[in-house]
Ligand binder design. Structure first.
Ligand code: ADP
Length: 312
């Protein structure tokens, strides 16, 4: 049985080969790369040595196979990952630009990735788990995913499984108020929240990331860990906060860094690291994640992450 459960969308990413080429003219793409924030999280946590279960849906096609093969190879438990024979696997097309911005074309919500039923959340599966990780991207997807996630949260809480939330909000699709509403039941149950500065402010309505993170801790979240890209992270717990500097790397592809960071922080907790070491380890894993092209390709194995952390 898993120590960590992640649920949500799995998809493949197909990206422009060259930086600075949008979607408005013919040019080369590379991929498919396995992706989807909850799947990236699951894969990285498994590479770091945790027993991880992933709940999601792929299509009965080669893209689905790319995802399943990768997760399986890294040891993710897929007994509740479903294959939908009517819909194709979710796809995200991504174009990167020189200023670091990205453009996306999604085929996710109406693909197999958007399919879930509450009944697929099996109570027994949560028995003995330590963490349930929720990603805001899955909450944003559709009503079926929200119902499944709220049920998973309630099943987890009844069994003492701690809830972790990466807000990963999509206000451009749903609007800020709706995003805040759909996150609320998870935030209220969460022991861990891993936001960016923008997300922390959006979630709380506060005007600085610092104020927002303090507010989340005062509201009962045990650990709020603010992710700050190449500046590292800041940990907030009751009564104190501290910054942990980033590791120096050459960034190739930022996608997935946050999910790998979340995975590493929770794996650090499972391994009994102290809070500072959890954050340092998460910074190291987040840094390694950006050094390879492809959302999951930079996710390191435990020994590699440890030696990078100790060497740097
Ligand atoms: P998200 O992917 O959720 O936007 P970030 O970009 O903040 O999250 O990345 C998550 C973490 O990964 C950061 O807090 C940091 O520890 C690490 N990280 C990300 N980008 C870099 C980078 N360019 N150099 C070093 N570390 C990075």
């Amino acid at each position: 049985m898993p120590e960590i459960i992640s649920l949500g969308e799995a998809l493949v990413e197909i990206m422009r080969h060259e930086v600075g080429v949008g979607f408005d003219r013919p040019d080369f793409f590379v991929g498919p790369f396995p992706s989807g924030a909850p799947a990236i999280f699951a894969d990285c946590a498994a590479r770091l040595g945790a027993r991880v279960g992933f709940i999601g849906t792929v299509g009965n096609d080669d893209f689905g196979k790319v995802i399943l093969d990768r997760l399986e190879k890294d040891g993710v438990d897929l007994r509740y990952c479903y294959i939908d024979s009517h819909l194709t696997t979710g796809v995200a097309f991504v174009a990167y630009f020189e200023d670091g911005s990205r453009k996306f074309i999604y085929h996710i919500g109406n693909a197999a990735s958007g399919v879930i039923e509450e009944e697929r959340i099996k109570e027994d599966y949560f028995e003995g788990a330590s963490f349930l990780h929720i990603n805001g991207s899955a909450l944003s997807m559709n009503e079926a995913w929200r119902k499944a996630i709220y049920r998973a949260v309630s099943v987890a809480r009844e069994r003492g499984v701690k809830i972790s939330l990466d807000p990963n909000l999509r206000p451009e699709i749903l609007g800020v108020d709706k995003v805040r509403d759909i996150c609320r039941p998870v935030v209220e149950a969460a022991s861990f929240v891993f936001p960016s500065g923008e997300e922390a402010m959006m979630l709380t309505g506060k005007v600085t990331p610092d104020e927002a993170c303090r507010f989340l801790v005062e509201s009962g979240v045990e650990y709020v860990v603010l992710k700050r890209g190449d500046k590292g992270s800041t940990v907030y717990v009751k009564g104190r906060s501290f910054e942990v500097p980033a590791f120096k790397v050459d960034e190739v592809d930022p996608t997935g860094a946050g999910d790998c960071f979340d995975a590493a922080f929770l794996v650090g907790m499972l391994r009994g690291f102290d809070l500072e070491k959890c954050a340092r380890f998460a910074n190291a894993v987040g840094a390694l994640a950006v050094t390879r092209k492809g959302p999951m390709e930079g996710a390191p194995f435990f020994e590699d992450a440890m030696s990078f952390m100790e060497r740097s």
